[in-house]
Design a protein around this ligand. Structure first.
Ligand code: BES
Ligand code: ZN
Ligand code: ZN
Length: 494
């Protein structure tokens, strides 16, 4: 994996006209306040906005070449200091994106006319967007060489000395999640995925355990094994990673769990071409769990974190599981199979049961679990579900603050009616009826043991055409920035 390092330089003052004239590429955010007028070339920039018929604030970038000898290529916007995190990150993606097209290596960033806290917030968004854009993604085009991208940001107008450690850790976690998700499925098999995770574990000093199929047979993890029995390779399994802080303050472990289906053909209930295409990204839940785990570990958080990843393929074949099979999960629950394309809840059932054995304080699972969630929300929000309904307001707020927006769904017990089986404890899913995203979450909830607090994220926004918020690729790695914010900024009363 190719790493891109973004170097940051910082200046408290705005650049002088001479400094402005000496750099080739600029990105400027300015406020509508009087203070902005101190910025060199302010009149020129603002006149151009007027020519374009812009109102008080810009939601799209403005572009201009400064009238100097290097014709400094400048992209800019006048922003409302109350702009939402999502809108700000979206604007920053567009601004950085224009500069990227000019193959910029070093970009000057100016924040003019804001107070200390505002300029810090804006700088954070620019750094997040720049780091997301600078990240190198898999590319198999034989003729294209990987070009060196953005490597240096020089910030002006930022008063606090800030190393953006968290933003860069989140960006690294997000880039890892996107990189893995974009890899083609003949490359990222469960076995290859495990090898990559082993490498990361060594590099970051994480403890790694792998429950292979033999081990899972001993654990009677029949729900996981039902899905993988259709694979010719015996490389599926569940990974458990552990991060322990050096100076542990809290013993409350947070557990991140992810669906890692490296390809979802649908199995015997085979997906039609249009719906199968893209299903190499059905492992994005695991990639987001791993990316979040990496970010928290890079930030050296002071609480223990575990990461549980269910790595498997959902194949079709003579041995593949089929509708009407009845299987037994590791906790003894018997499940009537209804549709082999509902494989995510099967592999997660055993993974959640195993993860909750050691009684973590909080379990967050991530999965591209249901088409129903995408139908309900589209792909600009993800769905959240929790056994702690009192957390709904916090869960929404973290989405607004981080720019990775989520919306909660109900999880009342009476939804279980849709999962009643004549022959087993529970049906895997319903063949007809609505709200599969809620039924899937109700199904998962059964396997969360020991009264653990639990949040389930159905990643409807794992792939958003044209990019989402600060992320320029269709593959979003959605959830890393959200989760860090949830765990660090919010004092969850658990
Ligand atoms: N991985 C899919 C769900 C999915 C599809 C998420 C596209 C995001 C984008 C999942 O395994 C699946 O196929 N679910 C079925 C469940 C149904 C058979 C009950 C679905 O949603 O159609
Ligand atoms: Zn499926
Ligand atoms: Zn799936």
């Amino acid at each position: 994996m190719i790493k891109s390092q973004l170097k940051l330089l910082q200046n408290e003052k705005l650049p002088s006209r001479k400094e402005l004239n000496s750099n080739q590429h600029w990105l400027i955010l300015y406020s509508s306040s009087e203070k902005t007028k101190r910025l060199a070339y302010y009149d020129l920039l603002n006149d151009r906005r007027k020519q374009l018929g812009r109102k008080k604030y810009d939601s799209e970038p403005v572009e201009i070449d400064l009238p100097n000898s290097v014709r400094s290529h400048t992209v800019y916007a006048c922003v409302d200091e109350k702009i939402s995190a999502f809108d700000l990150l979206t604007l920053c993606r567009k601004l950085v994106g224009i500069q990227k097209n000019y193959k910029v290596r070093k970009l000057g960033v100016i924040l003019a006319g804001f107070d200390i806290a505002q300029s810090e917030r804006l700088a954070e968004a620019v750094v997040a967007a720049a780091a997301a854009t600078a990240a190198v993604m898999p590319n198999y085009k034989s003729k294209s060489k990987q070009k060196a991208g953005l490597s240096r940001l020089e910030l002006f107008g930022l008063k606090i000395d800030h190393n953006f450690k968290r933003t860069l850790a989140e960006a690294e976690g997000n880039a890892l999640a996107r990189y893995l998700s974009i890899l083609p499925p003949n490359e990222l098999t469960p076995g290859n995925y495990l090898t990559r995770i082993r490498g990361l574990a060594k590099e970051n000093k994480w403890k790694l355990e792998f429950y292979d199929q033999k081990n899972l047979t001993k654990k009677k993890a029949g729900a996981f094994l039902a899905v993988v029995q259709g694979s010719h390779e015996e490389d599926a399994g569940i990974v458990r990673l552990q991060y322990k802080p050096g100076n542990e303050k809290s013993r409350n472990t947070v557990c991140l769990v992810g669906k890692g289906i490296c390809y979802d053909t649908g199995g015997n209930n085979l997906k039609p071409a249009k719906y199968m295409y893209g299903m190499h990204e059905d492992m994005q839940g695991s990639a987001v769990a791993l990316g979040t785990f990496l970010a928290l570990s890079k930030m050296q958080v002071d609480f223990p974190v575990e990461c549980w990843l269910a790595l498997a393929m959902n194949h079709i074949g003579p041995k593949a599981y089929k509708p009407n099979d009845v299987i037994t999960a590791s906790d003894g629950t018997t499940i009537e199979i209804v549709h082999t394309d509902a494989e995510g809840r099967m592999v997660l059932a055993d993974t959640l049961a195993l993860a909750s054995m050691s009684k973590p304080k909080l379990i967050i699972d991530y999965a591209t679990l249901t088409g129903a969630c995408v139908y309900s929300l589209g792909s600009s929000y993800s769905g959240v579900f929790t056994n702690r309904e009192d957390l709904h307001a916090d869960l929404i707020q973290v989405g607004k603050d981080s720019g990775e927006r989520v919306w909660p769904f109900p999880l009342d017990e009476d939804y279980d009616k849709g999962l009643e089986s004549d022959i087993a404890d529970v049906k895997q899913c319903a063949l007809e009826g609505d709200a599969d995203h809620i039924l899937a979450a109700r199904f998962l909830q059964r396997f969360v043991k020991n009264k653990c607090n639990w949040v389930h994220m159905d990643l409807a926004s794992s792939n958003h055409k044209g990019g989402l918020a600060h992320i320029p690729t269709d593959t979003a790695g959605f959830g890393v920035r959200y989760s860090v914010s949830l765990l660090i900024d919010k004092e969850l009363k658990l």
